[in-house]
Design a protein around this ligand. Structure first.
Ligand code: BGC
Length: 257
């Protein structure tokens, strides 16, 4: 692994498993990332094997902190009890144990949206922002990170709030993957996002929303049409945020121990 990297990050998503060595001083990739498609049947064994291959590809030394951003609420030492977008066989699994075993070293696992939010707060769109920030990721699902005065309140799952009028689970109606599946134009999608962010605004009164995920690189096509009062800005680290945040979280955890 290249010397300018102090940690290694992996971001596990519904469509791809991305990894890169991270330069934590600059808050950026130290080498171009590697992306391997998420296996169609995304069981613990098949996903962990890909993560193992990614560590092998970058020749990550054993003493380098490894952070893994994972799309479910994560409580260290406890098993997964909710899984929206990977195989249901993750339920009942100790995710830290599975990845540590596959990688042959202890790794740190953190919720993917929390990782992305932390990275935006440290290096990106929410840097220097006081008060209450809600960072969101729009991808296969909707992820959320609640950050108050720089401190993360982990494992919020506001992508799953129940929408009024029988519309059900928010991410099944407003995620970026739904825009693709239903072939929605950006303006039409922005109407759904107005309803979604409007609800978050009503119940949480944040000072800033950050919109991340791969689609944030198209933010000029939909962000101006999200009609809410709270300032809403695109993530500046885009979909690199999960990897950078996971790496940084793992390094900080190692320092704290
Ligand atoms: C999961 C969250 C995750 C989000 C983004 C949701 O379906 O429940 O834990 O952060 O997707 O991947």
């Amino acid at each position: 692994m290249i010397e300018t990297a102090q940690a290694f990050g992996v971001d596990i998503g519904g469509s791809g498993i991305k990894a890169a060595p991270v330069n934590l001083e600059a808050g950026e990739f130290a080498e171009p990332r590697l992306k391997i498609l998420t296996p169609e049947v995304s069981t613990p064994d098949s996903v962990a094997e890909i993560v193992r291959q990614e560590l092998e590809h970058f020749e990550v030394p054993a003493n380098i902190p490894v952070g893994i951003a994972f799309p479910a609420p994560i409580k260290p030492g406890q098993t997964i009890d909710f899984m929206a977008n990977l195989d249901q066989s993750w339920i009942g699994v100790d995710v830290t144990e599975v990845f540590s075993k596959a990688c042959g070293r202890p790794v740190t696992v953190v919720n993917d949206a929390d990782a992305a939010g932390l990275a935006e707060q440290q290096f990106g769109a929410a840097k220097g922002q006081d008060g209450f920030v809600i960072a969101t990721t729009l991808g296969t699902g909707i992820g959320t990170a609640l950050i108050y005065n720089g401190v993360l309140i982990p494992n919020s799952e506001l992508g799953h709030i129940e929408l009024p009028n029988g519309k059900g689970d928010a991410e099944k109606w407003a995620a970026s993957s739904v825009r693709d599946q239903e072939n929605l134009g950006y303006k039409k999608w922005a109407k759904r996002l107005t309803k979604y962010y409007g609800l978050l605004e009503k119940y949480f009164n944040p000072d800033l929303f950050v919109v991340g995920g791969g689609v944030s690189r198209m933010s000029d096509k939909f962000l101006p049409y999200i009609d809410i009062k709270t300032p809403i800005v695109p993530a500046t680290l885009r979909n690199e945020a999960g990897i950078i945040g996971a790496a940084s979280y793992a390094a900080a955890k190692l320092l704290a121990n």
